[in-house]
Write a protein of this length. Structure first.
Length: 357
């Protein structure tokens, strides 16, 4: 579902601490994501630099090197850690091509919990091949004091993928409905809002418009390994600047970013990833406060579930409209065969072919 592992970067070309220092303080959220952040030898220094700049710092990892995160959690227990987990043992290992990934991640997260980690969890990419595990995985995470972040298959230049698609969109959507009901039934307010986020995933999976407008380039941005700054990690044509060569103000306030924001306002990709969905659900200047739409939906449906009534999904989702793909490409498993990777250099990266949805 993601070929970033086939395109590793040259460490000498990767973004430096000096460049990362240009990120301003007072940011709501910073996510160190992959490739794989634990492969950076200076991850601790990166955390030391960025932790004071953000209200929340996240490390999204594949979870295969959990010991590299231990010193970070000992020093900063509230750094948010999410390990990618696609389901229980057989499902996870098959989808991700990991020999013993499931056990490594679960044991690794339990160890981080022992060390005092306060914001630990798994992150699942929902797809046809793991929907059968979805609700049970949520219960498993809850039982162990972990979170379960959800996203769905997307294409994008960051993933080096343009042919991810669902095979049975309706079936996947119905499973997500079950998760939504489960989350609304829980006592955690976070879970209630995750339920709304998952409603947005249904919309995405069926091929509909986003529930809320995308605010890429205004409320969030993506910085790639070469310090290039993009509106998001999906469209390579939405490049705003380069943080190694420019200051943050030049990038965020410059005239070029206005053109990019115009393009974002016309974007029809309709992706709904945690970064673009969560920011759209909150007020930009009061990042802790949900916008009226998601709040009203949560209140109404929390009450419905509490008094034993059904969530009226049809009121929000038009199930008669399902995107039909021209071409369904079966995803390949790399569990049993190795593949030669190509180092991706600064001169050659991200082709426009990744925009196709
Ligand atoms: S909707 Fe468009 S601008 Fe927004 S994150 Fe997706 S591709 Fe980027």
């Amino acid at each position: 579902m993601c070929y970033i592992w086939q395109n590793p970067t040259l460490p000498k070309e990767e973004i430096t601490l000096e460049t990362l220092a240009k990120i301003p303080s007072g940011v709501d959220y910073l996510n160190l994501t992959g490739g794989e952040p634990t492969l950076r030898q200076d991850l601790m220094e990166i955390v030391e630099l960025l932790y004071p700049k953000a209200m929340k710092l996240e490390i999204s990892s594949n979870g295969l090197l959990p010991t590299r995160i231990e010193p970070i959690i000992k020093k900063y227990p509230d750094v948010k850690i999410r390990f990618s987990l696609e389901g229980f043992e057989a499902t996870n290992n098959q989808i991700r091509g990991e020999k013993d990934g499931y056990n490594t991640k679960v044991q690794g997260l339990l160890r981080l919990q022992e060390l005092g980690g306060t914001d630990l969890g798994f992150a699942i990419t929902i797809q046809d091949d793991n929907i059968q595990d979805l609700v049970s995985l949520f219960r498993f995470a809850e039982k162990n004091g972990f979170e379960l972040a959800t996203s769905a298959l997307h294409n994008g230049f960051q993933f080096h993928k343009s042919d991810n698609t669902f095979y049975d969109r309706m079936k996947v959507a119905r499973h997500i409905e079950s998760l939504i009901i489960e989350q609304l039934g829980s006592r955690s307010i976070k879970n209630w809002f995750r339920a709304y986020l998952n409603l947005g995933l249904i919309s995405k999976i069926l091929g509909h418009e986003r529930l809320l407008k995308c605010t890429a380039a205004t409320d969030f941005m993506f910085i790639d390994p070469w310090s290039d700054v993009y509106a998001c990690n999906v469209r390579p044509d939405l490049k705003i600047g380069n943080l190694a060569e420019q200051d943050w103000e030049e990038i965020y306030i410059g005239s070029h970013v206005e053109d990019i924001r115009q393009k974002v306002s016309r974007c029809t990709q309709n992706c709904w990833m945690v970064g673009s969905a969560k920011t759209a659900m909150r007020y930009p200047h009061y990042a802790k406060l949900p916008k009226f739409g998601p709040l009203a939906w949560v209140i109404e449906n929390k009450i419905r579930v509490t008094i034993g009534k059904k969530v009226k999904f049809e009121r929000y989702i038009d199930y008669s409209r399902i995107r039909r793909d021209q071409k369904v490409v079966k995803r390949t498993s790399f569990l049993d065969h190795l593949l030669k990777t190509t180092v991706e250099t600064k001169e050659k990266h991200y082709l426009d072919q990744y925009i196709n949805q």
